[in-house]
Design a protein around this ligand. Structure first.
Ligand SMILES: [Fe+2]
Length: 216
């Protein structure tokens, strides 16, 4: 879907790779972003069913679930209001922001998410350039009950040197709750593998209470 795997064949190939690496469950989070990816809960759930059928046919035994990564826009607020949200685990709501432009209503939206009974999880906090020089925003979000999901590949410098530096800082300060692979295509699995074998990866668990395993 959207910017992920292009074919069912590619999806199966990637899932097999994750299985080989020891992953027991995958939670995919396609975008809902009104100006770019016009997905809906129903479209995402239909695709999940197709994928699960294909996995069953190929006798690949791995749990796959879906949620969505919601871009903070008007459409998201509309869905939130109707509580038409695809969550993962215990009502976790994954959301993302513009990389370059600071939102002016972030605190208000976080409050609305909490009020609607969801726990907000900010996707890849290390990638927001507008927060890099204002670390207090990260601290304030955490204080207000926002959980952080780091992209593992940020640690390989996959996005940029600055993103890698901020990722390490968030880890050092014990601010990470979830780890995401951000794998969209096969090549990224190779980068992921390298990070999983690095010292930095072990440091994450020394300094942070990572709760991915609560989702099993
Ligand atoms: Fe994202």
């Amino acid at each position: 879907m959207d910017d992920g795997s292009k074919t069912m064949f590619e999806s199966i190939k990637m899932i097999k790779k994750f299985q080989e690496m020891g992953y027991k469950k995958l939670i995919t989070t396609p975008h809902i972003m009104s100006h770019r990816y016009k997905n809906s809960s129903q479209i995402i759930l239909d695709k999940l069913e197709m994928l699960q059928d294909a996995l069953y046919d190929k006798q690949i035994d791995i749990a796959v679930e879906v949620a969505s990564e919601y871009y903070l826009d008007e459409h998201f607020l509309y869905l939130l209001n109707k509580k038409e949200i695809l969550t993962f685990g215990k009502n976790y709501l994954l959301f993302e922001l513009s990389y370059t432009r600071a939102p002016n209503n972030l605190e208000e939206v976080v409050f609305d998410i909490l009020l609607a009974g969801y726990t907000p999880v900010l996707a890849h906090p290390e990638r927001y350039l507008h927060m890099h020089k204002e670390f207090c925003i990260y601290e304030s979000l955490k204080e207000h009950g926002v959980l952080f999901q780091l992209n593992i590949n940020s640690l390989a410098g996959y996005y940029s040197k600055n993103v890698q530096t901020v990722a390490k800082k968030l880890i050092k300060k014990g601010m990470i709750d979830f780890l995401g692979s951000d794998v969209h295509k096969m090549e990224q699995i190779e980068t992921l593998k390298k990070v999983l074998q690095s010292n930095t990866y072990y440091e994450i668990f020394e300094k942070n209470k990572i709760i991915n395993n609560d989702l099993l």
